[in-house]
Design a protein around this ligand. Structure first.
Ligand code: GN1
Ligand code: MG
Length: 363
């Protein structure tokens, strides 16, 4: 067992550690809450970075340092109060590094935002606030030309690449599971061309890449005890990408009436009210920098990200569960079916979503 106290001792924290307990439900990194003894000293969040996935930890941490400092700069410009709870603060090691390498694992520490909470599902009001916050997040990171931010996972939200990985998984059929999922595979591959449209538009110079979060799951945002939005967390995948990734991933997770891995598929569907409120908030803060095509493609973003997640869960299932943490043997298959069910519901709502975005864009 790793000695978490010994790991924490390498960082420049204030106060004495009281206890260290697991935190959150991420599928990639391992996260712990480091509680300190005195009320006067902050608590901290300790994370073991999954470096099989984030292979360039130095680049990853440098990205996060840049992003958090840009957000802090903008909040200061606006004379916001309570800034320490509205952006993450990295705590360096005692020798001023952005992470600690114990010879095997990589660790980082941030200040725990006191009194914060996360949701797995949101109300329309929270969706509206989150929409505004995401527009703002992208805006804060869009004002520097050529920002020094690299791809922490190469081609992370590139649909062509994700389909290539699916094809490789199919060819290898490493876990012998292919025959079980052949009909899902066929359905997904039939839609592949349409789902690579964003990449094509980008190559034609019609769709820009900006700095986007790329993991806008609803549980990656913190709210305070009054349910007011505080900040966006889990910045590992913030990198150049399409704005529709962030828009789509939020809808995929927050506007789903069921869970991402729901065992009861009848619970799953698109909640249009959440969609409407999120997009209303988002366009209030993002309209200023979005192109007409970016706005028009937002509903397509919801479709694309749900399709992409279906492809990624299915690929991992076919590969024998090598990427996502699972809680039971068929978990990735359950996730695949749940996402596919959501995709079907999104398909049915495309006209309605397009009408709403049109309405918001023209008012
Ligand atoms: C992962 O780490 P977590 O659970 O916030 C994944 C996302 C997926 C998500 C699906 C680096 O996010 O891309 O959308 O699971 N992150 C990475 O729940 O692959
Ligand atoms: Mg997370």
């Amino acid at each position: 067992m790793t000695d978490l106290r010994a790991i924490t001792a390498n960082f420049a924290i204030s106060g004495e550690v009281a206890e260290i307990v697991p935190l959150g439900a991420g599928l990639i990194n391992d996260t712990f809450l480091v509680k300190t003894q005195a009320d006067a000293t902050p608590d901290y969040v300790l994370q073991r970075i999954n470096h099989a996935i984030f292979q360039d930890v130095a680049l990853l941490q440098e990205n996060i340092r840049y992003i958090t400092s840009r957000i802090r700069y903008h909040l200061q410009q606006r004379h916001e109060n309570d800034i320490d709870r509205k952006t993450l603060t990295l705590v360096p090691t005692k020798d001023q590094q952005l992470f600690f390498h114990d010879g095997e694992n990589y660790w980082r520490l941030t200040i725990y935002i006191q009194g914060s909470k996360t949701f797995e599902q949101v109300t329309p009001d929270l969706a509206y606030q989150t929409g505004r916050a995401f527009g703002e997040f992208q805006y804060f990171l869009s004002d520097v030309p050529n920002p020094p931010i690299g791809e922490t996972i190469p081609k992370f939200h590139n649909m062509e690449f994700r389909l290539q990985q699916l094809q490789e998984a199919i060819s290898a059929n490493r876990a012998g599971r292919l025959s079980k999922v052949q009909t899902i595979v066929d359905e997904l591959l039939q839609r592949s061309e349409e789902m690579c449209k964003a990449e094509r538009l980008h190559k034609e110079g019609k769709l820009p890449k900006r700095i986007t979060h790329c993991d806008t799951k609803v549980n990656n945002m913190l709210f305070d005890q009054n349910n007011d939005f505080l900040c966006v967390i889990d910045l590992d995948t913030t990198m150049p990408g399409f704005v529709l990734s962030d828009f789509g991933d939020f809808i995929r997770t927050a506007a789903n009436t069921g869970a991402e891995d729901d065992k009861d598929l009848s619970r799953i569907g698109l909640n249009m009210e959440i969609f409407r409120e999120f997009s209303r908030g988002y366009l209030q803060t993002a309209s200023a920098f979005l192109t007409p095509l970016e706005k028009e493609l937002l509903p397509y973003g919801a479709q694309l990200l749900t399709y992409m997640q279906t492809v990624r869960f299915l690929t991992d299932y076919i590969n024998g569960d090598t990427y996502y943490k699972i809680q039971y043997p068929e978990h990735n298959l359950q996730r695949t079916m749940a996402q596919l069910t959501l995709l079907h519901s999104i398909d049915k709502h495309m006209d309605e979503m397009n009408t709403w975005i049109n309405h918001l864009s023209n008012n």
